[in-house]
Design a protein around this ligand. Structure first.
Ligand code: FAD
Length: 529
């Protein structure tokens, strides 16, 4: 394999197989498998890798029923196994049944259409090809239910929701939603057919696909979706109160790595909040934690650290919305930093300024951590990292709203000043080392392409979603706040579309949503100092 030319890495949402792991993985497995045998020198395989990764991401939550994997036949250690499995052309796609025997070499897919939607539907067909005897252990039933089975459930209390997707026979939406919810507890998804008259008559359903919801308390209602798309159904069901991701995957996220950073005092009363708003209390708590805890671990600041700190104080002083104590404090801090002739300052001097001098003049930052939109369901979740994202999203939007705010500062000539400062801050100070490495990699790969204030907003949104994707189901996910593509359809329906059966963002609508959501007009002072 050529230097650095790996097509797939551990970061991708799929399993990378090798000669030693292929057979143990796919034979007698509790789930089915779809394996792409490729060759890292084959041009088509290289081109196709982005589609395959997008497919794997699209069906990541199905992996307990059917997993997606790759095996590189160009690696010397894999020569023998590719020969044993009779792989002559690249790429070759093989399906392996669940509970297959060790000599099962899989079923080859020979079709020319390898688009995501086609392959995804073939995965569903392949799952349905299993019999009672070899059905994947955790795969729910995919066949339609009849009115005779479903109607008796009406009015019954239960410990979970039951969602019924009613659809035309050639629709895959029901089966896809069933599989999308596979890892979630608190909801069971069934499908039924539009030809089932008694069901339609009783439920009053007339458009397809529709989702009908039986609530735990025995009531029932049609689920209101703005668009009849898989993504909308799945995302609404996942966000039902009490519905939670069940299985914890080992890989992907970095476990509790950010746990020590959340800085949430225990046994606090829950603060009610509205997820369509941004809370100043979170931004203030971010600054409080950052100045008094994160930076305070550095006894002196010099060189790169000092420059990064000055730049950070500059963007907050110039861009923090709404004026008030925070801006006054940051302005004073900035003035002081710029007037110091020293190239090395003891951090205690910063703390003294923040703590004492400011308090005397009546200007101070909240003296305690008060998470609101960033509250976690338990200590160690959310808190500081959540508020840091929020702060930088707000700053990208403010920079767009006030294009001249950074004039006459050291940052005025930078193309993407907020992101560059965020990058330097994360690299230099953010306590979660893994997070810093990932973010630095992403910045090194694509930040140079960000040339406008709009692109700045969108880059950070996109980057944050990539992190959400990577961390979904990992230990740093708060079960009450499952990581998912953001904004959800409930927050912004017009942000979501479907193209060739695959979810796509409407970037223009996302941008206007971000401007509104993180704009000064959407900042709530509730719980703030
Ligand atoms: P967060 O992801 O912190 O999001 C906070 C809020 O922002 C959400 O509640 C939502 O309202 C909003 N939001 C969500 N997505 C978007 C979006 N795409 N655009 C705009 N707003 C959005 N943890 C790890 O385990 N591994 C890592 O590699 C890692 N890297 C990180 C890198 C950075 C730069 C930062 C700041 C944090 C990183 N973390 C990492 C922490 C992790 O991303 C979360 O912050 C943490 O797990 C808390 O998650 P949360 O549920 O509060 O939501």
């Amino acid at each position: 394999l050529g230097a650095g030319a790996r097509l797939y890495t551990e970061e991708d949402p799929l399993v990378i197989l090798s000669s030693s792991s292929l057979k143990p993985t796919v034979s007698n497995s509790s789930s089915a498998w779809l394996v792409q045998f490729y060759s890292s020198w084959c041009g088509h395989c290289i081109q196709y890798s982005s589609t395959w990764k997008a497919l794997a991401q699209d069906v990541k939550d199905w992996d307990q029923a059917i997993g997606v994997a790759v095996l590189d036949c160009a690696q010397e250690e894999n020569f023998d196994v590719c020969k044993e499995y009779g792989i002559h052309f690249y790429p070759t796609f093989r399906y392996f049944r669940a509970h297959g025997r060790p000599d099962d070499q899989g079923t080859t897919y020979r079709g020319a259409d390898r688009e995501i939607q086609t392959v995804r539907q073939l995965m569903v067909n392949f799952l349905q090809n299993h019999t009672k005897l070899d059905w994947p252990d955790l795969c729910p039933p995919l066949e339609p239910y009849s009115s005779a089975e479903l109607l008796p459930l009406l009015g019954q209390r239960s410990d979970h929701y039951t969602a019924v997707i009613i659809e035309e026979p050639d629709s895959y939406v029901g089966r896809e939603v069933i599989l999308d919810l596979l890892q979630y507890s608190g909801v069971v998804v069934r499908r039924a057919l539009a030809a089932d008259r008694p069901l339609l008559d009783t439920l009053g359903v007339t458009a397809f696909p529709s989702a009908y919801l039986l609530l735990p308390n025995g009531t029932h209602t049609q689920l209101a979706v703005q668009k009849r798309l898989r993504f909308f159904f799945s995302s609404l069901l996942r966000l039902l109160p009490g519905v939670q991701r069940r299985a914890r995957r080992g890989g992907g996220g970095d476990g509790g790595h950010t746990g020590a950073l959340t800085g949430r005092p225990s046994s606090e009363a829950w603060r009610d909040f509205d997820s369509s708003q941004v809370y100043l209390a979170d931004l203030e708590s971010a600054l409080h934690y950052l100045l008094r805890v994160e930076l305070a671990t550095h006894s002196t600041l010099e060189g790169e650290e000092l420059k990064t700190f000055k730049d950070f104080v500059t963007i907050v002083a110039k861009l923090y919305p709404g004026g008030g104590s925070v801006v006054k404090l940051m302005d004073t801090l900035l003035e002081w930093l710029l007037s110091l002739p020293l190239d090395r300052i003891p951090y205690q001097a910063v703390l003294d300024l923040v703590d004492n001098k400011m308090r005397i003049s009546g200007v101070f930052l909240g003296a305690e951590l008060r998470w609101v939109g960033c509250q976690g369901s338990r200590v160690g979740l959310r808190g500081y990292p959540c508020s840091l994202w929020t702060l930088f999203h707000v700053l990208t939007v403010q920079h767009d709203a006030m294009p001249n705010a950074l004039e006459n500062t050291a940052l005025e000539d930078e193309a993407a000043p907020v992101l560059q400062v965020m990058r330097r801050y994360i690299r230099t100070f953010f306590g979660c080392e893994q997070c810093g490495r990932h973010f630095e990699q992403a910045a090194a790969d694509s930040l140079h392409r960000v040339q406008s204030r709009e692109q700045q907003i969108v880059w950070l949104w996109n980057q944050h979603n990539m992190v959400n994707n990577r961390l979904a189901g990992s230990l740093s996910e708060d079960p009450l706040f499952p990581k998912a593509p953001w904004p959800s359809p409930a927050l912004c329906a017009s942000c979501h579309e479907e193209k060739d059966g695959v979810h796509v963002w409407n970037q223009e609508n996302v941008l206007s949503f971000l401007r509104k959501h993180y704009g000064a007009g959407n900042l709530s002072p509730k719980y703030s100092v």
